[in-house]
Design a protein around this ligand. Structure first.
Ligand code: COA
Length: 165
């Protein structure tokens, strides 16, 4: 299936979205548009090419920072010892009907590409995620994210992995 990824707008059907995690379903239904208006997140949605109102998945991007003490020593060594700027994928989810068909990896790749483009004018040392459970941790590990020390569920993909040289 081919998907179209665009910024969240009011034309998409939010009420039917079900990813199996109520906090994520609630977020996209009730809070996402508000976050966009308040400039605390950009929200990107995926819809099937032939059905632009059907919400198949989404992710959010915001700016963030991490302290150098939470980074693995091998990485901290290469960075200044004060909070370093990162991009945050705050939420990422795929509707149950579209699960297991590659959409999660499409969304993650699209998020990395967007951050890579944005980093030309706003530097980031990596992308962080807040994985809320073991399934999410194992999903992000699969794509090379590494756990940060002392912050349960917080994981980092260093910029060297996704920035085009
Ligand atoms: C996690 C989630 C986004 C995966 O979406 P998906 O569309 O089913 O994933 P894909 O089909 O794109 O899978 C991509 C790859 O990740 C792997 N994968 C998927 N879920 C995985 C998991 N929980 N653990 C490890 N690997 C996983 C797949 O095997 C696949 O591997 P491959 O590319 O080597 O074949 C989806 O299951 C979901 O929305 N879960 C609930 C919400 C959630 O946990 N969000 C993440 C944290 S906020």
């Amino acid at each position: 299936m081919t998907y179209h990824i665009r910024q969240l707008d009011a034309s998409v059907k939010l009420a039917d979205f079900q990813c199996g995690r109520e906090f994520l379903d609630n977020y996209i239904r009730r809070y996402a548009l508000q976050d966009v208006r308040r400039n605390v997140a950009r929200v990107f949605i995926a819809t099937p090419e032939n059905d632009p109102q059907q919400l198949s998945g989404f992710f959010t991007l915001s700016a963030g920072s991490v302290s150098c003490s939470s980074l693995p020593a091998s990485l901290a060594r290469k960075l200044p010892c004060y909070p370093v700027p990162v991009a945050l994928i705050g939420r990422l989810a795929v509707d149950k009907k579209f699960r297991g068909k590659g959409l999660g990896s499409i969304l993650l790749a699209d998020a990395c590409q967007k951050v890579s483009q944005a980093s030309a004018i706003l530097a980031v040392a990596g992308i962080i995620v807040d994985a809320k459970d073991d399934e999410a941790i194992s999903f992000y590990k699969h794509f090379g994210f590494i756990p940060l020390q002392g912050q349960a569920g917080r994981m980092l993909l260093p910029a060297s992995v996704f920035l085009s040289k």
